[in-house]
Design a protein around this ligand. Structure first.
Ligand SMILES: *Cc1c(COP(=O)(O)O)cnc(C)c1O
Length: 855
């Protein structure tokens, strides 16, 4: 029997406790322990059972308990103080970054992402990408950047993992009750619920908008599960990464096109769009369409507007991991859409193709995003390099170093991930600035002031807490699969709170090589069975529901963990999420990561561990490639980033290294105890890692990098091009058209250098060239010398570019240019000359993809 109608019954909070609602409806409690402790002191067990969901928690408290609390003066006083903390955080003004002309309180940047990891009780994330997006919003809030988020509100979120008796992953999709979560229906300026609809394949799609407060940042979530929609459309926001390819297309249309429409329905006009991964690239298209239909811009002018005010961050270093859709699948959705922009479908498709003329190529969201943004970046230095190679075809004729994809390395939101015990230590010895200003090197230099004994005691307490958590979880897991009583009782004894504890938690994607540690099981068994120097491992992670290979890896691992000789020191925890991540990154001694280089774009779990004094043991991939020191004084690397063609051989070599470093370096160093039983040299490493890596790998530094390098220039581009009825955009588009038509007839001749064949180190070479500009002016182009040492293969080994200056107008469109280079080392040295377009509104001369090389 189904009820006819359902109401949410909310508790009647006594007036003294009213402010609990304010605390409950802002996720600030996730990174402010003064606020979180208000909930946990009321009822710790209930708080845990409610998955730290404050709304559900308050709804679950018996009325009588609330009445009693209201009479508890001490509690009421604490609540008042916490509410004051929240109010003053929200009211704080001032931002170190200026957006001249932006209206106060109005968003400048809209951040688009398919997933967000904000807190345990908002399960709309699957892993690293979502957590990163959540950390981005939190740091933007702390820094007071005028930013909002746009995402989807999934009825079932990502799957929850549980295991069968023989260790095979099963998925379940619990349903979320939004009424019982810290989210509210979004209202427009007149206080009305925000709703909108648009046409999708001839059918109307109705969308409802929710809003979540993340400190000072608002996250808007789109929801299609409304009665007006057909059953299939209602399912668009059912599951994160669920369904087939067409479902993914629907979700991305909703996020990109729907997201831009939602901003309009909300009455918001952010100037800058940040696309986190290619999923949201349709947002750029929709903005182009709006500029064309509502402001009468040409496609070219609208495209200039959008590209110069968009930021795109790519995350996927494997070609197969980038979303691609067949042209035929897209046709019913985008042929009519392209028409409204005056584009033939084939021309439209070329926006998503590496080679615009290749009709067989699928439409790639990453390519679309790269073409619709002038600020493209990978998420670590190494990943930037990999991405430039991977997408070189989008910029034909470009040397790989000039492919316009830069790098902004990810970071983690420190106050979210640092354990409370550790943050007290930081407060005491680093001062409260580590929260406000975590990218300040001076703050972290004070790590040296923390007494060794105090640091180690704090760390050991966190390890004990982790062991306790693992035992309870394991007990529950064993009960769920109906294990024997003796086995369940043993769960209370697994692991040793004093033993060297190694954590490995991540998605079980093949490239993460969870099996590397198990390559030589005998050797591993020997390592864990030395009772004088005990070593233990904790594992966690999900495999994608369709990834049977990943599931097999988990199964092998679980079966190994259950072996008689292993079960006391190896544990697999089911259902990896933010809570497990929290315990693990705070309580382990070593954070193990074994990706196959260079397939880890960045990785952030290791940074969370670093911030809690946990040392890394990882392949030099992603962030660790730019963080580790070859002398291992910040943690250990597996290999030195060698290139291998044979994967099997690589796995063999790297697993050998893994065991060797464990046996010879890590274990002895951990157990090298001096006075007071302290591992002095280990502690020195921990401190050095905090001192050197702390100021770099945090989300404040990351958001500041985005703000300085992308948001601010993109904003000022937008403002300039928007002025006087889009005068700038029209000018730039017209200029671009002119440059493009004249480009192919540019010529370079008579390149001369005034030297003999022998040149000397540090002796300048003056180079002149005659350039035919075909009617373009010297203001329209930048002529460069491209010079450097030449390798064995006759190619440039490295290169340097020098801008040449126009010296003389020869008439007939010809100009003399001159410049000077200087070889800094002996050996073969070469140079050539090239022409790039130049315009004051064009920030990066490479972004148009036009380049002319001297033949
Ligand atoms: C931090 C985090 C991740 C990302 O970790 P990687 O190092 O990128 O694998 C994934 N899942 C959860 C729950 C996390 O907290």
């Amino acid at each position: 029997m189904q009820p006819l109608r359902v109401y949410s019954v909310v508790p009647r909070l006594p007036s003294q406790l009213k402010e609990l609602w304010d605390l409950a409806y802002n996720y600030l409690f996730v990174w402010n322990s003064d606020i979180a402790s208000i909930f946990s002191t009321i009822d710790q067990v209930l708080w845990r059972d409610c998955q730290q969901n404050p709304v559900k928690f308050l709804n679950s408290l018996p009325q009588q308990q609330l009445e009693e609390l209201a009479k508890d003066d001490f509690f009421v006083q604490r609540l008042k103080e916490a509410a004051k903390v929240q109010r003053s955080y929200l009211a704080r003004e001032g931002c170190a970054y200026k957006f001249d002309g932006a209206k106060k309180g109005e968003p400048v940047v809209a951040y688009f992402s398919l997933e967000y990891g904000i807190g345990l009780s908002l399960p709309i994330y699957s892993g690293g990408l979502g957590i990163l997006a959540g950390d981005h919003l939190k740091s933007a809030s702390d820094l007071n950047i005028p930013l909002i988020g746009v995402g989807l509100c999934y009825q079932h979120g990502y799957f929850r993992q549980y295991m069968t008796q023989d260790g095979w992953q099963q998925e379940r999709y619990p349903s979320h009750d939004f009424e019982e979560m810290s989210i509210k229906v979004a209202k427009d300026k007149n206080g009305k619920d925000v709703k909108f609809n648009f046409d999708m394949k001839g059918e109307t799609l109705h969308v409802k908008v929710w809003q979540v407060e993340v400190g000072r940042v608002t996250l808007y979530l789109l929801d299609t599960n409304v009665p007006e929609n057909s059953v299939s459309f209602r399912g668009i926001t059912a599951r994160l990464y669920g369904g087939d390819l067409e479902m993914r297309l629907w979700q991305e249309i909703l996020l990109g096109i729907g997201g831009v429409k939602a901003l309009d329905a909300l009455g918001l006009e952010p100037s800058v769009i940040h696309m986190n991964e290619g999923h949201s690239a349709f947002a750029g298209l929709e903005r182009i369409r709006v500029f064309m239909t509502e402001h009468g811009l040409s496609f070219e002018a609208a495209m200039e507007m959008v590209a110069s005010s968009s930021i795109f961050t790519t995350h996927t270093p494997v070609p197969a991991g980038n979303d691609r859709f067949p042209a035929e699948l897209m046709r019913p959705y985008f042929e009519p859409y392209a028409q409204t922009m005056g584009l033939a479908y084939k021309v439209f498709l070329s926006l998503g193709r590496e080679d615009p003329r290749d009709d067989a190529e699928q439409f790639c969201m990453t390519v679309l995003a790269l073409k619709l943004s002038r600020f493209n970046n990978g998420v670590s230095k190494l990943h930037g390099h990999v991405s430039r190679n991977m997408w070189q075809k989008v910029w034909p004729q470009y040397p790989v170093e000039d492919v316009p994809i830069g790098a902004i390395t990810n970071g983690v939101h420190m106050p979210t991930w640092v354990a409370t015990d550790f943050s007290l230590l930081f407060d005491r010895y680093l001062g409260p600035n580590w929260r406000e200003d975590p990218d300040c090197a001076k703050v972290w230099r004070q790590t040296d002031n923390i007494p060794d004994a105090e640091l180690w005691r704090t760390h050991e307490r966190l390890r004990e807490r982790l062991v306790d958590f693992v035992r309870k979880r394991l007990r529950r897991q064993l009960m769920n699969i109906g294990a024997r009583r003796k086995e369940i009782e043993l769960a209370d004894e697994v692991l040793d709170p004093r033993a060297l504890t190694i954590g490995f938690a991540r998605r079980f994607a093949t490239y993460k090589r969870a099996g590397l540690l198990l390559k030589d099981k005998e050797r591993l068994l020997k390592i864990i069975s030395d009772s004088r120097q005990p070593v233990q491992f904790i594992f966690a992670g999900k495999a994608h529901p369709q990834d049977n290979e990943g599931k097999k890896l988990i199964q092998d691992l679980i079966q190994f963990c259950r072996r008689e000789e292993c079960r006391m020191s190896l544990v697999f925890l089911e259902d990896y999420d933010m809570k497990i991540a929290n315990y693990m990154v705070q309580g382990c001694d070593i954070w193990l990561n074994t990706p196959r280089r260079p397939l880890e774009a960045c990785g952030t779990s290791g940074m969370k561990a670093m911030a809690n004094g946990v040392l890394q043991f990882s392949t030099p991939d992603g962030w660790w490639d730019e963080a580790y020191l070859p002398d291992n004084s910040l943690g250990w690397a597996i290999g030195r980033g060698e290139d291998y063609n044979d994967h099997e051989y690589q796995d063999f070599v790297e697993s050998q290294t893994l065991y060797k470093v464990l046996e010879n370096d890590i274990i002895p160093e951990f157990y090298d105890r001096g006075h007071g039983s302290l591992p002095r040299s280990w502690i020195a490493k921990v401190k050095k890692a905090l001192r050197i890596l702390g100021p770099e790998f945090n989300a404040n530094r990351m958001v500041e990098d985005y703000t300085e390098k992308a948001y601010q220039p993109a904003y000022s581009n937008y403002a300039t091009m928007h002025k006087n009825e889009f005068q700038g955009a029209k000018e730039l588009a017209a200029w671009r058209m002119e440059v493009m038509t004249k480009w192919s007839s540019l010529k370079v001749r008579n390149i001369r250098s005034e030297t003999h064949t022998d040149v000397y180190v540090e002796e300048p070479i003056i180079i002149t060239a005659e350039i035919f500009l075909n009617g373009l002016t010297t203001d329209n182009v930048q002529v460069e010398i491209y010079a450097g040492p030449v390798g064995q293969d006759g190619k440039f080994a490295r290169r340097n570019t020098v801008v040449m200056t126009p010296e003389e107008d020869m008439g007939g469109g010809w100009h003399v240019y001159q410049g000077e280079v200087m070889p800094h080392e002996a050996g073969r040295f070469g140079y050539t000359v090239r022409i790039l377009p130049k315009h004051e509104l064009l920030l990066d001369p490479h972004s148009l993809g036009l380049i002319h090389w001297a033949q």
